[in-house]
Design a protein around this ligand. Structure first.
Ligand code: SF4
Ligand code: FES
Length: 272
């Protein structure tokens, strides 16, 4: 508590951020943290930890405070602390969210419940195993496939490689899908993933669309990868994937667009 007070005095000069200011808001909140250790076969339980919070304190900040000053054994995964790496996903008050992107003040709840992401096997406490998730991601060949680019095209002087020029309209087709940070929140919110582990899930399918819609890509068999009963057709359009995405990606839209290509409603320029 003392350390946090001192940190704030030193670093916050903005109006309303100074502890001597009347509007300064230092409160306490209770974290209920899911605890388990599958390797040691320990039963799961919740620990309650009281932590100080300010208006800008994120769930990750408070978990790190708890880890530093109250219980160093809490298992958390994080890296960037700025909603870019996708490591800190967890279920917070019942909804899959990034802990570093979730302010406690915005939850408007005196108790913050932190649990591991659903649909992922738990390793320890809030840390889950992403092996299957990344296997699904890899299965859709998430890279540009194009062996036939025009070798006569001008060589880029900076990169010394052949450039693949695109119009604004061509970029717009896939741009939002390229913002995916592989955090797995959509995967954990998906009711179909919960019942069928062979289903690639909204993240992988949206990435399939991202490469399929890219005018630089010439991969011909992309749609075949997911054209089976555990694939694209398994999605029931619950839409929960798009609701939880922290990066504004709409995986449900990507899945619908893929289906429209599959059904011939949209034309695949590669086969024209
Ligand atoms: S689509 Fe959104 S929620 Fe899903 S993995 Fe990508 S960034 Fe995370
Ligand atoms: S720590 Fe990187 S996304 Fe939260």
């Amino acid at each position: 508590m003392r350390e946090l007070d001192n940190m704030t005095v030193k670093s916050d000069k903005k109006a309303g951020c100074d502890p001597r200011d009347d509007s300064f808001d230092l409160k306490k909140t209770t974290l209920r943290v899911f605890r388990t250790n599958t390797a040691q076969g320990k039963d799961s339980h919740f620990d309650s930890l009281v932590v100080p919070v300010q208006r800008w304190t994120t769930v990750l900040d408070s978990l790190l405070y708890a880890k530093s000053y109250l219980d160093s054994s809490i298992g958390i995964r994080y890296s960037c602390r700025m909603a870019s790496c996708g490591s800190c996903g967890m279920k917070i008050n019942g909804i899959p969210r990034l802990a570093c992107y979730t302010k406690i003040s915005e939850l408007e709840d005196p108790v913050v419940v932190c649990e591991p992401l659903p649909n992922f096997p738990v390793i320890r406490d809030l840390v889950t195993d992403f092996t299957q998730f990344f296997n699904h991601h890899k299965s859709i060949n998430p890279y540009i496939q194009n062996l036939n680019y025009d070798k006569t095209e001008k060589i880029d002087e900076v990169s010394s490689s052949h450039s693949h020029r695109q119009s604004r309209e061509e970029v717009d087709k896939y741009l939002q899908f390229s913002y995916c940070i592989k955090c797995g929140l959509c995967y954990s919110a998906c009711p179909t993933v919960a019942t069928d582990t062979k289903f690639p899930g909204p993240q992988a399918l949206a990435q399939l669309y991202r490469y399929y819609a890219d005018s630089r890509d010439a991969g011909k068999n992309r749609l075949n990868i997911v054209d089976d009963r555990h694939g694209l057709w398994r999605c029931h359009f619950a839409g929960s994937c798009s609701k939880v995405c922290p990066k504004g990606v709409d995986p449900a839209l990507g899945i619908q667009l893929l289906r429209s290509y599959m059904l011939g409603i949209s034309k695949d320029k590669r086969n024209v």
